[in-house]
Design a protein around this ligand. Structure first.
Ligand code: FAD
Ligand code: SF4
Length: 422
């Protein structure tokens, strides 16, 4: 900060133009700068929807559904449209995009880069600092320039987009990235613009007749989810980061930082993040934040960990995805029900359970999978709150079939786990 003021003075700068940051804390830092010159904010160009347009869209709506917002975006920016109808006569092909992994998948390789001189210098500087850091820094394979970001986009369109949809939710040991685009860091930094990414996918669909479930599935992520999350971030207001609907206060266990756990799904994903700073959406949602939710970890501690661990972390995308979608800390502003699941889901959508010391079918006992006892205990503990969420009725009926004896032994198992890990 001091250095900036010196530069302003030495160069007799009278006006500094800054692109308005999307993160509220960063905007506050800029607002508090005392530089001795005018600071002019220019609009942020990292998103297609302006904050005002999003606010207008929210007016007179009972629920702010992503699907409604996404359809509006398709029409507004004329993406995958034939006149006023969606191409393929359907807005959403999500149902075709949840195939579990079976047998050999032949995933296409990802495009990574050699470390350049500047990056090497940064690595050495970080290594020389005596501050606590997270992850491995031996290699840094991500692109660092606009040119490299464009290469990753081209690579994705050519090699990964054709198969993007089908296994979008699948998780496989040793396959860190599957068919995912790896574009989030470049989009969030502004090295790529959302419209150019969307148009590249649409052009490939037209020119190469790519499967619509893949192209629509990908475009929904960028034109739908990404834009929606930033709109919601500015819509929900300043106290959102403190929200804690379930009053969860358990501390985040040490193994989130070290990766040392016997739970194979968590071990695989945590080690992958230490190496790459990356996990794909279902790994983040249905393993990491799912576990944090059902085990009752403090949302603020969980958010802090996500922020430290991921290559694409920003406040706007953490608050919405971690606090809102992952942990349901906002009580349902963003998600229509908590994303809570037992080992059953992980076993269906991954191969992790096959090589785990825990038994994905057991709820209690020495070999019981922690996802199971935490899941049922979570439902039981929060039954009253959960029954206000319409989409939970069916699941709560399953809970009602369990005997008090079983619920008690599940609860004991949960308590024993906390004792072991705190
Ligand atoms: C608990 C949790 C934490 C997350 N943290 C982040 C984060 O720190 N930064 C981040 O950019 N995304 C985050 N996401 C959203 C999403 O998981 C990542 O954007 C995606 O996994 C990035 O990998 P990719 O580029 O290979 O994505 P792909 O699967 O290839 O998707 C394409 C693009 O769509 C966008 N996108 C998809 N889903 C979302 C979403 N829910 N929110 C915002 N953009 C989305 C991203 O720009 C992504 O690059 C998080 C999701 C969850 C559930
Ligand atoms: S058995 Fe449980 S802990 Fe082990 S991999 Fe499966 S879900 Fe994860």
């Amino acid at each position: 900060m001091g250095l900036l003021a010196v530069l302003v003075e030495e160069n007799q700068i009278t006006e500094l133009r800054v692109m308005e940051p999307n993160d509220i804390p960063f905007l506050e830092v800029i607002g508090n700068l005392e530089l001795g010159c005018d600071i002019t904010l220019v609009p942020n160009n990292h998103f297609l929807w302006s904050r005002e347009d999003f606010q207008n869209w929210t007016k007179n709506r009972k629920r702010l559904l992503m699907e409604d917002f996404y359809r509006e975006g398709r029409k507004r920016f004329q993406v995958l449209m034939e006149g006023d109808k969606p191409i393929g006569r359907k807005w959403n092909f999500d149902k075709d995009n949840r195939k579990p992994p079976k047998g050999k998948l032949n995933t296409p390789s990802a495009l990574w880069f050699e470390v350049d001189d500047i990056t090497q210098e940064v690595i050495e500087t970080v290594n020389s600092l005596s501050i606590p850091t997270y992850g491995e820094i031996k290699e840094f394979p991500w692109g660092v320039t606009r040119q490299q970001a464009l290469q990753v986009l081209d690579w994705f369109i050519e090699n990964r987009l054709p198969g993007f949809g089908t296994y979008q939710d699948a998780m496989v040991t040793g396959e860190d990235t599957m068919w995912h685009s790896l574009l989030s860091p470049y989009l969030n930094l502004g090295l790529l613009q959302p419209l150019e990414v969307i148009q590249a996918a649409e052009t490939a669909y037209q020119d190469k007749q790519l499967p619509l479930n893949s192209v629509e599935g990908f475009i929904r992520q960028v034109l739908g989810w990404r834009e929606y999350m930033q709109g919601i971030y500015h819509y929900v207001g300043k106290n959102y980061p403190q929200k804690n609907w379930f009053n969860h206060t358990q501390p985040l266990p040490e193994f989130f930082w070290t990766g040392k756990t016997k739970m194979n799904c968590l071990y695989q994903i945590l080690s992958q993040i230490q190496r790459t700073g990356y996990a794909h959406h279902i790994q983040r949602l249905m393993v990491l934040s799912n576990f944090a939710l059902i085990a009752g970890f403090s949302p603020q501690e969980v958010e802090n960990w996500f922020h430290a661990a991921f290559i694409d972390a920003y406040d706007w995308v953490m608050q919405t995805n971690v606090m809102g979608m992952g942990l349901f800390a906002d009580g349902g502003i963003l998600a229509s029900k908590p994303y809570a699941a037992s080992a059953n889901y992980i076993n269906k959508m991954s191969d992790y359970c096959k090589s785990c010391v825990y038994n994905h079918k057991q709820r209690t006992g020495k070999d019981a999978c922690p996802f199971n006892f935490f899941y049922w205990d979570f439902l039981h503990r929060h039954r009253e709150k959960l029954q206000t969420q319409g989409r939970m009725t069916f699941i709560l009926k399953n809970l009602d079939r369990m005997s008090q004896k079983e619920l008690d032994s599940i609860h004991q198992q949960v308590q024993a786990w906390y004792l072991q890990h705190n």
